[in-house]
Design a protein around this ligand. Structure first.
Ligand code: GLU
Length: 594
């Protein structure tokens, strides 16, 4: 290993040479393993998970993908080279990500897919959100009249929702797939069998997660020779390869019925805090095609996933409120820009907490929340000099009195990918198992999600009002994921989204303003420091130039906190002179195209 330093390893991984790296390392690691030298393999820098690497704008003419991992992006580009559609590329990338970025998404999770059909000139959305089992009650996370501790709720069978990602992918393939389904699974099967090199980020997350090792099946896979798998260690996942083979041949029914479904149910009910997932819940799961939520911003039309996601609505509200303050004229990184952006975030989050939940259970006043007069009025509440501190929800449809305030938390894991094909079909998809490694329940090579902790753990708020986003049987938890396609003259102009829990809303809004208002290229816009408020503190990205604004912001009444902001924005801009791809320097992703 001496010839390959830690920084070279990191840069090979960051620059998209993971497959090269895997092949370089495989024989070495087999040798070092044989001599029990795992601990001697390259040690990661402890800050590896958050360190930013410089990334450059990627350009192409014909097609492009951008995702959180170079192996996934390579597979996606190959699918496009083989004549596959954007949806085909997204499917193949997602299945590779399930393997190589298992902390973020996978077969046991859920996803939202926003796609543009170039022939029909139409945006459609597919909701593959996890669903609460039929046997849950609103008291799911309550014990002795109090909500469970968040970690206890997450790391349990209680938090496992019925996985939706595979049904969503199958439905997308039915609508907009071009290559045969089984062709799209083969790359993930091959890499699962041959192995992939553990990335610095995955290594840091294995090392940093105390709950992972507590689950026997996860420990066995992620702790070869009882140590967290080191950077560059070649992990093989034959159990996942077998599940994928079955799905390649039999379709996704192989997952939702039969022995794989039984194994998931068994793992959830065998947990020390068992959940209610049943084989019937799995058999009955359906992905839902929904109308996109769209709104205008300047000359653009933004379209994204509607409820149960709150993400695109909140992003659109923020932009709608900022429009009257002409953020385009403010200097990025100035006190003024951070102030207005944070205040708009407060107002959007106040509405989000009251109104957004699964639309099958509650009236979500989407049109009223995005009405331009309402947003004009809301935006006028922003005082240029002084922070409002905590924003109150508006009442766009006379519902405020009946709605409790949600206290749902979410944790930054998740993944976002984008693709555009030769015909101009496009996909923007965010996929998740919720927390890092989900519920930590590892079955047949994949994690089961903990998505039900995206519900409010308590069914009522402090005043006893029922919370819209409370747990109910067969309900989908509210999300913050914000896969969006921006159109200009009815053509895709930008494909964008991010992981990051509820901060997704701020990450995506900042990047959109960076491109649409501040005229940055997509890579520069992604790289701009993260900032904003979720109606709590005003958050500034740790280590960024924004830290110098603390004093000035405090003087205008902001309670400031400095924290890491691990966004993972992957995006593609479509312009007359070509395709321009960006990947977030805070994670390991890469854009690739031809
Ligand atoms: N579960 C979150 C949501 O759906 C996403 C979590 C994350 O981004 O890490 O909003």
């Amino acid at each position: 290993m001496g010839w390959l330093s830690t920084s070279m390893l990191a840069s090979l991984l960051a620059t998209g040479s993971a497959s090269l790296l895997a092949s370089l390392l495989a024989p070495l690691l087999v040798t070092s393993l044989a001599s029990s030298a795992i601990a001697a393999a390259a040690e990661p820098a402890p800050e590896a998970a958050t360190t930013s690497t410089q990334k450059s704008l990627v350009t192409a003419r014909k097609w492009m993908v951008s995702s959180a991992n170079s192996l996934a992006s390579e597979v996606g580009r190959q699918v496009l080279r083989d004549g596959g559609s954007a949806v085909d590329a997204a499917i193949a990338m997602q299945l590779v990500l399930a393997l190589v970025e298992p902390q973020s998404s996978g077969l046991g999770g859920g996803a939202f897919i926003v796609s543009y059909d170039a022939k029909r000139r139409r945006i459609s959305t597919i909701d593959g959100r996890e669903t609460a089992p039929a046997a849950v009650t609103p008291q799911l996370f309550m014990k002795d009249g109090k909500p469970l501790g968040f970690a206890d709720a997450v790391n349990s069978g209680l938090s496992v929702g019925v996985p939706g990602v595979l049904r969503a992918l199958a439905l997308a393939h039915q609508r907009q797939g071009r290559l045969p389904w089984s062709r799209l699974l083969h790359p993930a099967i091959r890499i699962a069998e041959e192995g992939f090199a553990v990335s610095p980020r995955l290594n840091a997350q294995i090392k940093g997660n105390q709950h992972l090792a507590a689950q026997a099946a996860a420990r066995e896979y992620f702790y070869p020779q009882d140590q967290p798998a080191p950077i560059g260690y070649v992990l093989k996942n034959p159990a996942l390869a077998e599940v994928l083979r079955r799905i390649a041949v039999e379709g996704v029914d192989a997952f939702y019925h039969g022995d794989i479904a039984r194994d998931m149910v068994q793992a959830v009910s065998a947990h020390a805090r068992p959940g209610a997932l049943s084989t019937q819940d799995l058999a009955e799961y359906r992905a839902i095609e929904r109308e996109p939520v769209c709104s205008r911003y300047r000359q653009y039309q933004l379209c994204g996933m509607g409820p149960p996601s709150s993400g695109p609505i909140a992003v659109m509200q923020m932009l709608g409120m900022l429009q009257q303050h002409d953020i385009a004229t403010m200097q990025p990184g100035s006190r003024e820009a951070v102030h207005y952006f944070a205040e708009a975030g407060r107002l959007a989050f106040a509405d989000r907490e009251r109104y957004v939940a699964d639309p099958a259970f509650i009236n979500v006043p989407v049109a009223a929340m995005l009405d331009s007069r309402y947003l004009l009025w809301r935006g006028a509440l922003i005082d240029g000099r002084q922070s409002m501190g905590v924003a109150q929800a508006g009442d766009p449809l006379g519902l405020l009195k009946q709605r409790g305030e949600s206290g749902a938390m979410d944790q930054p894991s998740t993944t976002h990918l984008v693709a555009i094909d030769a015909q101009g079909n496009a996909v923007s998809m965010t996929s998740t198992i919720e927390s890092e490694f989900g519920s930590k329940i590892f079955v047949r090579g994949f994690f089961l999600n903990n998505q039900l902790t995206d519900f409010s753990l308590s069914p009522t708020d402090a005043r006893g009002q029922p919370v819209a986003n409370r747990v109910e049987p067969r309900k989908r938890p509210r999300s913050s994921m914000a896969p969006i396609i921006v159109l200009e003259d009815d053509q895709p102009h930008l494909l964008i989204g991010s992981p990051g829990g509820s901060s997704i809303i701020l990450y995506v809004a900042k990047t959109l303003i960076g491109v649409l208002d501040w005229q940055r290229d997509i890579q520069q816009a992604i790289t701009l420091p993260n900032m904003g408020s979720r109606n709590r503190d005003t958050e500034l990205e740790q280590g960024s130039a924004l830290e110098s604004l603390q004093q000035a912001l405090r003087q205008s009444g902001h309670r400031v906190s400095i924290a890491p902001s691990p966004s993972g924005v992957h995006a593609i801009m479509i312009k007359p002179d070509g395709l321009f791809g960006g990947a977030d320097p805070r994670r390991e992703g890469i854009a690739l195209g031809d």
